[in-house]
Design a protein around this ligand. Sequence first.
Ligand SMILES: Nc1ncnc2c1ncn2[C@@H]1O[C@H](COP(=O)(O)OP(=O)(O)O)[C@@H](O)[C@H]1O
Ligand SMILES: N[C@@H](CC(=O)OP(=O)(O)O)C(=O)O
Length: 409
Amino acid sequence: MGGPSPERPAVFKFGGACFLDLPDYRTVARYIAGRLDGSRRVVAVVSAMSGTTGALQNAQRELHADPPPELAASLLLTADTVSSLLLATALCELGVRARAIDAHQQGLHATGSPERAKVVRIDPAPLWSALAGCEVVVVPGGQAVDRGSRPVMLGRNSSDLSAVAAAVALGADRCEIFSDVPGVYTADPYLLPEARVLSSLGYGAALRMTRAGAKVLHPLAVELAERHALPILCRSRPPIAKRGTLISGSTAPVAIVADQRTDVWAFPDVSELEHVQERLAKEEDGDQVNEPVVVDYEGTRHLAIAGGDPRGIAHRVCVAAPHRPELRLITTVHGDHEPERHLVPESQLAEETRRRHARHYPDVNDHRGAKPRSPLSGILTDPANITAAGGALLINDQRPTAEEPEKTT
Ligand SMILES: Nc1ncnc2c1ncn2[C@@H]1O[C@H](COP(=O)(O)OP(=O)(O)O)[C@@H](O)[C@H]1O
Ligand SMILES: N[C@@H](CC(=O)OP(=O)(O)O)C(=O)O
C-alpha cells in the first residue's frame, strides 16, 4: 500500500451507532474536520441514526403487512438521506465546505429487487464531480440507482458496501469504518464481554464471520474489498475513534509464544554458523523436539533452540560459539506465514511478550451492557417528539471535541 496521495480522498463510513442523538453529528463533523489536511478531501458515507430504519420499516408494516418493494425501499432510504443531510449541516456549521449527495450522484448501478438490489457497476465519475469544489462529500449509505434511474436500496445494513464501493471508485488507500465497537472481535462483545478485538484479519476469515452472521460488516463489502485488495480499517466511533481491526490480505497473528528455556549461541562468523547447522542436521537423533532457528539479535546472527538443548547435542556442536544463557526466544505465530522471531534478555521476556501481544490484541474489553439505541430513532415516524427531545439534547451537548487528527499510515 502506498502512502497518502493528496488527490485521493479518504473514505470513511459512520454507522448508525455513531449517531445516537443530534450532538453526535457535531462530534462526527469535528472528527472529519480534524482529518482534513489541506489537500486531502473526505468522502463520508453515513447510515441512518441507530434504530431509525427499523422504526420506519415497522411503521410502514403497521399500514401494510407486505408493502410494495418500491415503496418500502423508497421509505427506508429516507433514513440515511436525513442522516447525510444532518451531517453535511453540522460540517457546514464548522465552516467546512461540505455537501450531501443523493443516489444519482454516487455512481452505483444495481439491479434486482428495489429493497435488496445488487450492485452491477461502479462509475467513479459522479463521485469525482461531487468532490469538485468541496472538502467533504456526505453520501447516504445503502443507495444506488436501477436501470430506469430510480433510487433503490442495497439491502439492510448495506452502508458498508456503499463505503467500500466509494473507496474502490476513488482509488482510496483504504476504507475506514466507524462503529459502536472498535473492530472485529473474537465474538460479539455484547454477548461475550471477555471477547477481544482482533488487530488484523484476512479477507477470508472476515468474510466467513460476516456470512455466519457477525453483523459488524456487510459480507458484500468484504467481498468487494477483497476483489480490489482494498484494506478496511474498523474503528470505534468518534471522538475516540480507536483503531481496532485492519482487514486485508494478510493473515492475522494467532499467538505470541514466550519460551523460558531457550538455548542461544552467537555466530559473528556466518560460515561457522552454516557449518554448525550442517553438523546439527547430521547429529539430530530424533529426540530433539525443536529445530534450531536463526535469529538476528543486535546485528549478530544467533542460533536459538526453543525449549533448550536437554541432551546437550547443540552444546557439543556449538562449543566454539559464545553461549548466551541470558537470551530467550519470543515467537509470533501467524496463521500461515513464517513466524516472526525475536530474542530478548530473560529479564525482559514478560514485558516484551506483553508489548507484542498488546500490539496484536489491543485491550479494549469494555463493551458490556446493552447496545445503545438513539432516543431520536423515531425522528421520522414520530415528529411530535422531535422538537422537545432534539432541543434538550442540543442544550446538553457537553461532549469533547474530536481528538487525534491523524495521518493515514
Ligand atoms: N465478532 C464481532 N465483532 C464485533 N462486533 C460484532 C461481532 N459480531 C457481532 N457484532 C455486532 O456488530 C455490531 C456492529 O455492527 P452494526 O450494528 O451494523 O454497526 P453500525 O451501525 O455502526 O454499522 C456490534 O454492535 C456487535 O453487536
Ligand atoms: N439504512 C441502513 C443503514 C445501515 O447500513 O446501517 P448500519 O451501517 O448502521 O448497519 C439500515 O439500517 O439498514
